[in-house]
Ligand binder design. Structure first.
Ligand code: G3H
Length: 483
């Protein structure tokens, strides 16, 4: 597409020293689409789909797989470039950036295998009451795909690849932080897929996305991001009943550490669960309930463990805490901590909450209670709110009242206690983790959420189903019908 000429300057979370203090380094620019250019991209996707009669939706599954394999070989060649950009654009450590890249490639290969299985199943016929049926999976149309900044490559591709391989055409908008790293992949999209099948749009979402939704030409909205944005976008679609939404949204995953827990294990998993990638994961533990009898020992051990974490630049070895890409985040985290302190809580660890331009040292805040921001808001950053409880019923009540419903972690060494908790919890969230942190993987497990946390289900196989519809070819068996 032609560009309007307006560009966005990309500020890295990596800062440079200037006479007036630390400043985020400019690491590149990207062109911003205007509304007309986004509309042009939509037209290209609609034309390529051509009401299901385009080259891509009618291509055989085997040929589509060949295109995706070719694309995968091409992106593997770009690994070093993409990993470097993950570090500079979103501040992810080298080890985690490599992990994100490798996980993405593995996910694509697993998707290909899963599709081959699905395709084998649809080549089988079943006969019921004199009718022979063949069940197929058909594409849905034009998919608008938007990934998040915290996994700009991996979580984009966990929706983009299944949507693509099922025969849909795409409009793809990379996240604001994590756009440059898609640049090295653009040529591969162009070379491996027919014209108009993948259309990348860069721009300010609030400027270009509303018109796309209002057009009524989007058949599937897939977004890993905020519940508020997803709701607003869905409402803009003129025929919302014809829109499928596959969404991964806000979460406030809780850890429940009972009186019978192994405190060492709970501390270790809390650090990983709350602070991996500085707490910027939708699956992060964002609130910790500790039985009052264990609170002192847990808080001491947690403070010690946090003090051991190494802060540094993404390329330094052994680094656990890195600069944050969102400019507003340090101030927001400080605001949450100040609010908790004003309501009677304290920061329990040395340097907890200390900030500079793009860095926040993790804060352990205790005792957090109802009425504080940290009790309900998804902080998406390095703060561990800790709530003391006396009766497990209080933790179940918290989850019932919460608007979120993604996951929970229980820590206990008492099997009976665990068994009694699982039923009430599994009716509030979509995954209960026992003696381990919350997480999305392994990627073959279903990934979803209840309430405002998700719509539809992702995973290697679930995503193939989510981006397609079952259709049936039914033939009546009778003497005249030799078909
Ligand atoms: O940010 C949300 C991601 O789905 C988290 O994935 O649990 O593998 O880090 P993860």
């Amino acid at each position: 597409h032609s560009w309007s000429g307006e560009v966005h300057e990309v500020l890295s979370p990596i800062c440079i020293k200037t006479p007036s203090g630390l400043k985020r380094k400019v690491i590149g620019t990207y062109p911003l689409c205007n509304e007309a250019e986004a509309a042009e991209a939509l037209k290209a996707a609609v034309t390529a789909y051509n009401n299901g009669r385009g080259e891509w939706p009618t291509m055989s599954v085997a040929d589509r797989i060949t295109c995706v394999e070719k694309f995968t070989h091409r992106i593997i060649e770009k690994k070093n470039e993409v990993v470097k950009l993950l570090m500079w654009e979103i501040g992810k450590s080298h080890a985690d950036s490599v992990k994100e890249f490798d996980r993405t490639v593995e996910y694509i290969y697993a998707t290909i295998d899963a599709l081959k299985d699905l395709d084998r199943q649809s080549s089988k016929f079943s006969i019921e009451q004199g009718i022979v049926a063949q069940i197929r999976r058909s594409p849905l149309g034009v998919v608008l795909c938007m990934g998040p900044f915290n996994y700009p490559l991996n979580e984009t591709f966990t929706t983009l690849i299944p949507a693509l391989i099922m025969g849909n055409t795409l409009l793809f908008k990379p996240p604001k932080h994590g756009t440059l790293l898609h640049y090295p992949l653009l040529e591969a999209f162009r070379d491996c897929f027919p014209k108009g099948v993948v259309n990348t749009i860069y721009g300010r979402g609030n400027k270009i996305i509303p018109d796309l939704m209002k057009s009524g030409e989007i058949n599937v909205l897939t977004l890993i991001g905020s519940s508020k944005v997803a709701n607003e976008l869905k409402k803009l679609h003129p025929k919302v009943n014809r829109l499928r939404a596959i969404l991964g949204l806000d979460a406030k995953n809780a850890a429940i550490i009972t009186a019978n827990a192994d405190v060492k294990l709970a501390v270790q998993e809390t650090v990983l669960g709350s602070l991996s990638f500085n707490g910027q994961r939708c699956t992060a533990l964002k609130i910790v309930f500790i039985h009052r009898s264990l609170a002192d020992v847990f808080l001491n051990e947690l403070s010690e463990a946090v003090a051991q974490l190494k802060f540094g630049m993404p390329w330094q070895s052994g680094v656990a805490l890195t600069p944050l890409p969102e400019q507003h985040k340090p101030a927001y985290i400080q605001e949450c901590i100040a609010d908790a302190i004003a309501h009677g809580a304290q920061v329990m660890n040395e340097n907890g909450g200390a900030t500079n331009e793009s860095f926040v040292f993790p804060a352990i805040v205790y005792p957090v209670k109802k009425g504080m921001k940290l009790y309900t808001e998804e902080q998406f950053g390095p703060v561990i709110p800790v709530v003391p409880f006396d009766d497990l019923e209080e933790t179940i009540e918290y989850l019932i009242e919460s608007t979120h419903g993604q996951q929970v972690s229980i820590f206990s060494n008492d099997d009976e206690e665990i068994a009694e908790l699982i039923d009430p919890l599994v009716n509030q969230v979509s995954r209960v983790n026992v003696n381990c942190q919350c997480q999305r993987g392994p990627d073959v497990f279903p990934f979803t959420g209840r309430k405002d946390s998700a719509e539809g289900t992702l995973s290697v196989v679930d995503a193939l189903r989510s981006f397609s519809i079952r259709s049936l070819v039914a033939t009546k068996l009778n003497e005249n019908n030799k078909h």
